[in-house]
Design a protein around this ligand. Sequence first.
Ligand SMILES: Cc1ncc(COP(=O)(O)O)c(C=O)c1O
Length: 363
Amino acid sequence: MALPPRPGIMDMAPYVPGASKVDGVDKIIKLSSNEGALGPSPKATAAYEELGSRLHRYPDGGSVELRKAIGARNGLDPDRIVCGAGSDELLALLARAYAGPGDEVLFGEHAFVMYPLFALSVGATPIKAPETEFTVSVDALLRKVSDKTRIVYVANPNNPTGTMVTSDEMTRLRAGLRDDILLVIDAAYAEYVTRNDYAPGVELVDAGDNVVMTRTFSKIYAMGGVRLGWAYCPEAVADVLNRIRPPFNVTSGAQAAGIAAVNDVEFLTRSRNHNANWLPWLSDRLGEVGLDVVPSAGNFVLVRFPESGPHTADAAMAFLTSRGIIPRGTGSAGIPEGIRITIGLEDEMRATVDVISKFLKIM
Ligand SMILES: Cc1ncc(COP(=O)(O)O)c(C=O)c1O
């Protein structure tokens, strides 16, 4: 008989990553994982390659130089930054540190699909709050708070909806939560946001002991392959994370590439400008062909298709993938009528609009 794992674990559906292959199709346009369109900074790639001759050495367990570089760029105290193998690791460690059996972990109805898994993996109960127009509702979240709530996760902007919470609303959320509830602001897409009523969460972290902001190198820095993220924390939370994280959780390659990437401000600006051009372009074109496009602040758009007839999201996915264009279905986030399309290069965006326009003409 198979050994039973701890309660909750068999309720977890394993995470399904964005697809990257289609059988029988050679040329692929991968728009399924929100990887930065321009790829990584060439300086980050060079720094990574340079490490090839030193693979026998363990990495710096404290990621000291990387934390200094991140701190210097963002005006933050490096002692309150903790680096992880992707922000996923840090988000999971926060659940492990602050929630357990009998506790509740709260998030929005269409939140990033990992949050329920983080809760279940530590034996806690995931709780969803309704959203309004695919956007986190502070009031709905506050209504779902119970004596058992220990953590609230808010991805801002959220994946897969692309919607964001304004800094005023986030402040109102924090003010409405009990002090012993940890608010985790997952700002994986922060660098893409152009709206001036947005803030990634630094001020809220600084304002007390119960807010953490996480960031990633997987999106605008396009370094998902090396697994690198960081959290900006109150001192006591940084101390907790440093006790429970694996001692060498960030590889030497990730640290070297991360330092180079964070210092290549010119490349970051180019990546941001590319998105600022092509996000509205793609959103407008898809709107013009009659689709419902949820306004996005990230590097992807959630597009909604009719729920029945020839033009469903499933049919669109099949049509696109058979032509080598791979977006991501959003059924796992409770949006079966949606697909999420990452902003890619100009030719990839034009090809995507062409194929979707053809799809919509099929009767
Ligand atoms: C909102 C959000 N948070 C966190 C992550 C995890 O990113 P990583 O573990 O690569 O840093 C993702 C990746 O898709 C995401 O969309």
